[in-house]
Structures are given as structure tokens and as C-alpha cells.
Design a protein around this ligand. Sequence first.
Ligand SMILES: Cc1cc2nc3c(=O)[nH]c(=O)nc-3n(C[C@H](O)[C@H](O)[C@H](O)COP(=O)(O)O)c2cc1C
Length: 421
Amino acid sequence: MPDATRGRYKAGMSVGALNEEGPFSARGAQRTAPAAAQSKAVQPVKLGPLTLANRYFLAPLAGVSDWPFRLLCRELGASIAHTEMISSHGLVYGGDQTLSYLERPETERPFAIQVFGHDAEILARGAQVAVEKYGPVDAVDINMGCPVKKVCNHGAGAALLKDPALIEKFVRAVVDAVGPLPVTVKLRSGWDEEHRNAPEAAKACEQGGAVAVGLHPRTRAQLYRGRADWDLITKTKRAVGISVWGSGDLFTAEAARRMLSETGADAARIARGACGYPWIFRELLALERGETPPEVTLTEWRAMILRHCALAVEEKQGKYRIVRPDDAPRPRPRTAADQGHPPFELDALGAELAAVRELRKHLLWYTRGRRGGLGFRKLAPQLHTVADIRAALDRFFPEDGSVPAEVRQEPEPAGPLTADD
Ligand SMILES: Cc1cc2nc3c(=O)[nH]c(=O)nc-3n(C[C@H](O)[C@H](O)[C@H](O)COP(=O)(O)O)c2cc1C
């Protein structure tokens, strides 16, 4: 089968947020990795009492790291994959949408959640509800990095960075509520350029009982703009005795490995680099073993997309729907006659349509930087069912590896990208 990783071309590279043009073209480990005489062992990493198989994690990604995507990344090597940030308020008050973030196959172990909130007591109670009513949960991460206004205006997410005393209090409350489970914290560099206090914030986390911090070294003010400041990962690592997980601009396996070696971070949390390219984990493991990462074949690439579709439909059909135990919080009825939230169930077609709607972003990422992607993406708004997706794949990326006439008109590949472009 022809190599489907060729044909990734430069498409307005910028280190932007997920939906901006950019980092997704920088895919595919260099095929010139030195062929080692002997395969090296992959380094495990501790997460409190847990030993994770390797240092490569899928980062929490709101709207992206649901169980299907976590499953695909884990199958390709991610040793842990956190849920997206879950509202502690929602956990305490039993919202259906909130519970949906806890869905997963029972084989997903360790199962790690991320919670957020603006009130230490609710945050702790929310984490406790998740652990006690919807476990097994193996690890809890607290979000202190979300830059979104709606979250920060309430004093949650990155807003907590402004006050290290508060950080310590929040962490301690969660540790007291869910201990002995390991508690970790996701940080940014600080609130803004004048307040880049990640090392101090990490110390406060350590004081509060966290076993690790994850650092995305951009300030809240930066959002996803500019370059991630890996030096701050180094400084944070030096400031604390607990583990530090680095994140930021890890668009290729080489970049993630470089971040680890330059900063001394204990693990790499892959975020946008895994979107549309879960093979990054396989490449990371191959590079760590000293092997040349295998290429992603067209057959594999198509199969991955179709499998992702199938899992997304299952997700919408409620394959792992959370059952609320009798003693778990449940939403208040909205009126006296109302017995609670409307049922969440979709029929088969409804589930498929909902799944494909949500999958569109993944389809854009899978096809970015790939010859045929321009045509495919133009068609994306018209894709509603899995059969539509399959037909579009057949049209632009035929299984036999041939290049259709309409694809031949797309720009020629301009060479691989790096996050430095
Ligand atoms: C769409 C999107 C959603 C995200 N959601 C979360 C989240 O729920 N929790 C969190 O801690 N970080 C979240 N992040 C931040 C990432 O985990 C990561 O730290 C950040 O993207 C930097 O890594 P990168 O430059 O390699 O993408 C999100 C990032 C993006 C782009």
C-alpha cells in the first residue's frame, strides 16, 4: 500500500489554537531516525502509587478527549488519557451532560479525570462524587489552566493562578476528599506576562499534597498564541520535588522528546499534536526504543478514521451510559410536574447524525496537510452519515492508493513542517 504520510504540505503554519490553520501539517516522525543496534527499554513514570508504562500522555482536551479518542490514543501507546475538564458543580448537582464526560469502557484503566471549579469545597465534593459514585477512578487532576472567560470570571481555571494561597487550599481540599488517590494540577505560566508564577504555583500545589503538576507554559493572556516557553517548565521542575509534566507545542514526536530532554520534565502531555494524528504515541515509543517509527499507511489511516466514526456512533448511542446510583446527586426537577431532565436517548439515526456532527473537527484534522484534504474539507459540511464519510474517503483517498484527477490539481507537497515554522 502506498505511504499515506507523504503529501503533507505547508498550509499556512502557525502555532495557533485547535481550529486555527496550522500545526496539523507538522506530522510524521522523521523517517531518518537512527536505526539502533538494540532496542532500548521504554521508561515508565510514577503517578503517586501508580506506575504508568511510559511518559507519554494524552492531554485533557475539552470537546475532544472523549472515550473514543482516548481509546484510540491509548491503543497507540498513550499510557494515560485524562477526561476533559468536568464541572465540579455539575458533579455535585448531578447534571446529565456532566455525567456523560465520565463515560468510558471498563477497560480504561487507569481512568483519570480532570475537574474544575471556583469553590474549594464544591471542587472537593465534586471529585468525591466522581470517585465514590462513578468509580473506579484512579487519579484526579485539577484544572487551573483553562483560559476561557466564562470559567475564569467565576474564579475557576487559570484565575486560580492569581493566588497561590488559594491554590494550596483548593489542592488540599481535593486531596483530603479523594486521598489516597493521586491528585495532580494543570497549570499555565501565570495570569499574564507580569505574573508568570508557575514555579510558585507549583510549590503551592506541592504544599497542598499534589503528586505532580502539568504545565502548559503560556499565560492565560496568551491563550494559545505565541510559543510555549519550555524554559518555564525547566524552572518549575527545579522549584519542586514533585513530578512536572510538560505541555505546549508538542506537535511532533521529536518535539515532545526534545521538550523532555531540554526541560527534565517527567512526562509529556500531548494535546493538539494528537488531534488527527494519534499515531504520535506510536512514534514516541518507537523513538524512545531507538527504532525508526513505522509509517502510517493509507490502509491504516482510512481504517483509523472509520473506526473513530464507529466508536463515536457507539458513544452517541450510549454504549457506556452512566447509570446514576440511587444515592447519587440528581438534577432538580425544573417544574413540579417534571421528574428531572429529559431522557438523553437518541435513536440509531439520531446518534449517527450527532456523532458525525461532532466528528467533523476530527475529519478536518485527519485530512489536514494531506493531498486530497482540500477537496475533502470543502465537502465536509455535507457529510452527515458514516456512509457519507466513507464515500468521501473513497473519492479523495481511494483505497488502491491512486490519485484521482481532482486531487492532482491540489498543491504539491512542500515538505514536512515543524512547530518552529
Ligand atoms: C480545544 C482544546 C481544549 C482543551 N481543553 C483542555 C481541558 O479541558 N483541560 C486542560 O487542562 N487543558 C485543556 N487544553 C490545553 C491542552 O491540554 C494543552 O495544555 C495545550 O493545548 C498546550 O499543548 P499544545 O500546544 O501541544 O496543544 C485544551 C486545549 C485545546 C486546544
